[in-house]
Ligand binder design. Structure first.
Ligand code: HEC
Length: 150
């Protein structure tokens, strides 16, 4: 005759098998989700870094400043002044990466301005510049909302 303890073990094993399977499925699912999240994040940061390099190479900083605060060396010769990228309300042609890419293709056209067109860049180059501009705003927002330590 089998001992009570071995029977109990059988019972617990039997009962926990579906549980274990469910836990495994969940774990694999969570892992897959994490991998996806990380890869889309790192794709974004690769785009942002490429955009940051183009920002330097294309002399955007002369007008907009190295950190995109609208304080480049030429800024006070321009009217309207170059955009401070931290302020989404100041944008006149849209604030998303795609909007910025479209602005770079044509320049600012909704009013007379010295924001030039960067039509010589490729579509992808304009888009990663857009990602970079959006990242400046997000970085600023994160700094604003981070709780202060006392
Ligand atoms: C010669 C100076 C100058 C250079 C160089 C320049 N900009 Fe601008 N930019 C401006 C000015 C001025 C404005 C504001 C125009 C306005 O408010 O009508 C502006 C506006 C913008 C805007 C906001 C458009 C909107 O919807 O309001 C974006 C985005 C932008 N620039 C991105 C860039 C990027 C990226 C580069 C480099 C690839 C660049 N700019 C280079 C002068 C410049």
């Amino acid at each position: 005759m089998r001992s009570i303890s071995s029977r109990t073990r059988d019972l617990t094993n039997r009962r926990s098998r579906p549980l274990r399977t469910a836990a495994l499925v969940l774990a694999v699912g969570a892992l897959a989700g994490l991998v996806l999240l990380l890869s889309s994040r790192s794709e974004r940061s690769v785009a942002t870094e490429w955009g940051a390099r183009l920002y330097r190479e294309q002399s955007c900083a002369n007008c907009h400043g190295a950190d995109g605060r609208g304080d480049g060396s030429r800024a006070n010769t321009l009217d309207p002044p170059p955009r401070d990228f931290r302020d989404p309300l100041a944008f006149v042609q849209g604030t998303t990466a795609r909007d910025v890419a479209a602005t770079l293709e044509t320049g600012v056209t909704v009013r007379p301005s010295q924001m030039p067109s960067f039509a010589h860049l490729s579509e992808s180059e304009r888009l990663v510049l857009g990602e970079f501009i959006v990242s400046l705003r997000q970085k600023h927002l994160e700094q604003q909302t981070r709780p202060r330590s006392h």
